[in-house]
Design a protein around this ligand. Structure first.
Ligand SMILES: Nc1nc2c(ncn2[C@@H]2O[C@H](COP(=O)(O)OP(=O)(O)OP(=O)(O)O)[C@@H](O)[C@H]2O)c(=O)[nH]1
Length: 831
């Protein structure tokens, strides 16, 4: 924006008064006011803008981040206004008669105010194309019906329950997450405008709508805490004893109907090996039951609270921060000082939540107190978003799982909490009648054996069945299927190219697949493979030894072993259909659905098992390129690596060598912490970018075009960060290449971080002087990630330098990717 900074105003059409601590409009704004077309007044302390109507030719007005409590009616007199930013104020209401006179207004940003409703005459705003009213208290959008040109509508984080169907005819963008939506339910809105329109069409055309209450209930907690016991007793309404040998492997799904509520219960295994799959199945808007074995809980041991409670609460807070958690103390029949333990857990939980709120407030304060807080707007927005989330942890409930009375009480309590509107404002959903009909038919298809018992069908077959039976529009059926997938009734990963035609009508099948190879007793499973099974895959017993040693030393599982394990698992379920096994594990031509899923969810990394000679090769000539004897059989040289099972960093140390002060270094800090499994998923996401990589327990090294890059997890006095280092380069072009590598990694890291809404990141470059603790904080680093970064090098010969607060000076491009790319938004600041 061309800025006049209040000087030399004659003839200037733009006026920039941003960030001046103004309490009222400055006099100079009125000089030559009839020629002004654009005014920037953001980041001031304006409570009113009296006189603004004198700027009769204004087309753009920016009033963001002020203290306006009333929408200034005078704005209605600015008849030429096209763009109005009035977000981040404290406006409660907008009076009528303002918008009908703003006939040229195209862009309106009203977000982050306190609006309870929109004025009913806003639909007379004939030119309005873009409206952002997110982060307010709006309860309905009826007023927007009939705004003729409205295309982009943002209404996230309001109090909307029912949306008017007429609104969606012409919209091209609609965002409404964070509302207690009932009609259409949030799970449909997430699908976007296509799904919303389908929903309203079906609502109009199909049999009468139904109101349903459905809740996904996740049972989490440490191993042996009593999750399965609670889950199965809840289902049976009586104590169900779970044999210790019958521990949950992976996840179990149970459907229960109680008091008019449909509970979809997901019982997660507690062993550590399964945490790597949690991000796949832990989804928002669920009710979390956190089982805590009180008999093994020791209030005097801080580790006890960490293991049994805070590990879980932190994970939930990072991944699904708007959940409701019910901590349930089990095994009360086996412990004495129950009340003391209960008190201890409740008070520690309370202080954990308070600490978090205080940390966020302190971080916010620190940014506000910086010289120019506006430069940290990204971080500020992140913090506001986090403050907005409220993880609700209910009072600890004591349950003796062996007594019917307790189970009854647990059931009643769960029902009460789930139907409490304060906890789950959107549990009730309005669905077109056809949704229930389709679900019923899916169940019938399974019962009547019209589709295989494993429940895996192709989308085209499924559509054929429905289209022929009901003459339904396939797009509408897909919309229904997407909704079923989101609530966990079926599994259909439409977004995975190779799986978009596979629908799993029984989600448990998918879980079974995961269970086959992600398990605590994998070693035993490999050892238990019979000779018959080995022979059926044309492998020798001695291969098993390699599988075992590669698994133990390199966390790598050979594809043939995966194939046998899956087959074994399916055999136990009497689902040993040969075609199914091939579909799942793949053949020489294409990977199966299991590997696609595991890779899509960043659980494993495809890898080659390098062997100089292939035993199955018909002939081998050392100087000729070797060709596989039969490329269509399973490739025995392929495998999957599970980085989270790696034991050490030896190989990485060997390749990387020593850290040097001159290495290009970036630290990405994570607040409150690096989530469990984050680093390994980052490794899986990043490795395919490079020709060569070496992976260790918490370090990984890549090589590309003579550049060696290291990423590692660090924890320095409780501050957790990911360290990215590139070996020293002196040539500007090489430095640019190194920054390019850093950027690619940071991009992947940022994509991953989006999956943990409760997370914020800070980026620092440490000072390169030995022993200096100063650092340079990056501002607006997300802009750098978004920019293509392929611009020409800065041709200026002048060397720019940057000095840390302890006086150490370095060339700027060794600290920031500055001057190397076309668009630079990584400004420097010594902190
Ligand atoms: N006496 C007593 N035993 C319990 C209680 N709750 C669970 N148990 C027993 O504790 C053992 C472990 O319970 P599970 O329900 O299998 O535990 P889990 O949390 O599902 O364990 P994982 O499957 O390993 O994650 C079983 O033998 C249960 O019968 C309780 O309140 N009292």
């Amino acid at each position: 924006m061309p800025s006049t900074n209040g000087h030399n105003l004659q003839g200037k059409k733009d006026r920039d008064f941003a960030g001046r601590k103004l309490k009222s409009l400055p006099k100079s704004i009125f000089d030559n006011c009839e020629i002004i077309t654009k005014v920037d007044l953001q980041r001031n302390r304006l409570k009113q803008v009296s006189g603004i109507s004198q700027l009769v030719n204004l087309t753009e007005l920016i009033l963001s981040r002020n203290e306006l409590a009333d929408f200034p009616e005078e704005i209605g007199k600015l008849h030429h206004l096209k763009t109005l930013y009035i977000n981040q104020n404290i406006i409660k209401c907008i009076s009528e008669k303002v918008f009908p006179s703003l006939q040229k207004l195209e862009f309106l940003k009203l977000s982050t105010n306190r609006l309870m409703e929109l004025p009913s005459d806003i639909n007379q705003c004939r030119s309005l194309i873009y409206l952002n009213a997110s982060n307010n208290y709006l309860k309905d959008l009826q007023a927007l019906v009939g705004v003729p040109k409205l295309r982009d509508l943002y209404v996230e984080n309001n109090r909307l329950t029912d949306l008017p169907g007429e609104l969606f005819a012409n919209l091209t963008m609609f965002k409404a997450t964070g509302n207690p939506l009932r009609k259409p339910p949030g799970d449909i809105c997430i699908g976007g405008l296509k799904d919303i329109r389908s929903y309203f069409t079906m609502l109009r055309d199909s049999s009468s709508p139904v109101t349903v209450k459905t809740i996904k209930t996740m049972f989490l907690g440490s191993s042996m805490a009593g999750k399965s016991t609670l889950c199965r007793s809840f289902q049976s309404s009586r104590p169900v004893e779970v044999d210790v040998a019958d521990r949950t492997v992976g996840i179990e799904i149970i459907e229960v109907e109680k008091g008019g509520v449909r509970f979809l219960c997901w019982d997660f295994a507690g062993q550590e090996e399964y945490y790597i799959t949690h991000h796949v199945f832990i989804t928002p808007q669920a009710f979390v039951i956190l089982a805590i074995d009180l008999s093994s809980y020791d209030p005097s041991d801080p580790q006890s609270f960490e293991e049994h409670v805070s590990f879980w609460i932190s994970n939930i807070q990072l991944r699904v921060p708007d959940s409701v958690v019910l901590p349930v103390g089990t095994h009360v029949d086996q412990c004495l000082d129950i009340d003391r333990k209960k008190k201890h857990i409740n008070s520690k939980l309370q202080s954990m939540l308070t600490d978090r709120t205080e940390t966020l407030q302190q971080l916010k304060k620190k940014l506000q107190e910086s010289d120019d807080p506006s430069l940290y707007s990204d971080q500020m927005n992140d913090l506001s978003r986090l403050t907005h989330y409220k993880l609700k942890v209910l009072d600890l409930l004591l349950v003796d799982c062996t007594k019917p009375g307790y189970i009854q009480m647990f059931q009643d309590h769960t029902l009460k909490e789930v139907t409490n509107k304060d906890n789950f404002p959107s549990i009730e959903r309005t669905l077109p009648g056809i949704y229930q009909e389709v679900e019923k038919e899916i169940q019938d298809l399974l019962i009547e054996d019209d589709i295989p018992q494993h429940g895996r069908v192709t989308l085209s077959d499924l559509l054929d069945i429905y289209i022929s039976q009901k003459e339904l529009d396939p797009e509408n059926i897909k919309c229904i299927l997407r909704y079923f997938h989101r609530i966990g009734v079926i599994v259909w990963y439409e977004e995975i190219e190779s799986l978009k035609n596979d629908v799993f009508l029984k989600p448990s099948i998918l879980i079974t697949l995961f269970k086959a190879i992600i398990r605590h007793d994998l070693e035993k499973q490999i050892k238990d493979i019979t000779m018959r099974q080995l022979k059926s895959m044309k492998v020798l017993n001695k291969h098993r030894e390699t599988w075992l040693s590669d698994y133990k030393e390199k966390a790598t599982l050979h594809n043939v072993a995966i194939s046998i394990l899956v087959q074994k698992e399916l055999e136990t379920l009497h689902l040993d259909d040969a075609d199914l096994v091939q579909e799942i594990v793949g053949n020489g031509n294409k990977p199966g659905s299991l590997l696609c899923l595991l890779q899509h969810f960043e659980v494993c990394l495809p890898t080659k098992i390098t062997s100089p000679l292939n035993p199955t090769a018909p002939e081998f000539h050392p100087n000729k390129t070797w060709v596989a004897s039969n490329p269509n059989v399973y490739d025995p040289d392929s495998a999957c690596m599970f980085p989270s099972y790696l034991q050490n960093n030896d190989r990485v140390f060997q390749m990387w060598g020593e850290d040097k002060m001159s290495d290009l270094t970036v630290h990405i800090y994570f607040i409150p912490e690096i989530p469990y499994g984050f680093f390994h998923r980052l490794v899986i996401k990043t490795c395919p970018l490079y020709t060569t990589h070496w992976v260790g327990k918490d370090q990984c090294c890549f090589s590309s075009c003579k550049t060696l890059t290291l990423i590692q997890v660090k924890n320095v006095e409780g501050d957790q960060y990911i360290n990215i280092r590139c070996k020293e380069q002196t040539d500007k072009n090489e430095i640019k290449k190194s920054w390019q590598m850093v950027r690619d990694i940071m991009l992947k890291m940022d994509q991953l971080a989006q999956e943990w809404p409760g997370l914020i990141q800070y980026v620092h470059s440490p000072c390169k002087e030995y022993g200096c603790s100063a650092y340079f904080q990056w501002r607006d680093w997300t802009d750098w990630l978004k920019s293509p970064g392929s611009g020409k090098s800065d041709s200026s010969t002048k060397e720019e330098k940057v000095t840390c607060r302890n006086g150490h000076t370095r060339r700027i491009e060794l600290i920031y990717p500055k001057g190397l790319f076309n668009s630079d938004s990584t400004e420097n600041q010594a902190a």
